[in-house]
Write a protein that binds this ligand. Sequence first.
Ligand code: GRF
Length: 204
Amino acid sequence: MNIAVFCSGKGTNLQAVIDAIKQKRLKARISFVLSDNKSAYALVRAIKNNIPAVFIDPERFKSRKLYEDEIIKHLKNHNVGLIVLAGFMRVLSKYFVRQYKNRIMNIHPALLPSFPGRCAVRDALRYGVKVTGVTIHFVDERVDSGPVILQSAVKVLTNDTDETLLERIHKKEHILYPEAIQLFIDGRLDVKGREVIVRGVSSG
Ligand code: GRF
């Protein structure tokens, strides 16, 4: 299956997907990496791995719809079956999400619905929770709200800082994201309302 990975920053999750493909843990092909940020290191990772790196400058477009139409053009040209958001800092509109319903995944560094938003790791630490984690979900028309695909817990340690906690969360993310993508590719994710049933996994 052709996938596209959208990133705005470092792209460590992109790297985890690239590595999983190389190690044949993930049977996918990355058609292109898209960024809204010219200096995203994710674009360098793409180039280093011979994957087309596409920077589309949102500033060039008069409206969000025109910007998203440009992205859709790329997706259609490459016959992309799944969009993987990996630190993409732009909210996709209803118009876009409706066209790719249940074909856009996102990864969030907390156990949703706790701590949505951009500062999830910091917010969880400030709140004083003992457990936080990682959520992979389908993207719906609201931010950090779509049906949950996989979650994994990460314990908060007494002396954790934003950095140390983020490091352990990243480790979990890098394992979980390729797994979720493979489940999608294998056709094992059934979305029923808010619930994602992972076929072949008992719920007990
Ligand atoms: C990850 O922590 C992810 O949960 C969040 O953005 C971060 C992206 O990190 N959505 P990276 O660019 O993959 O290193």
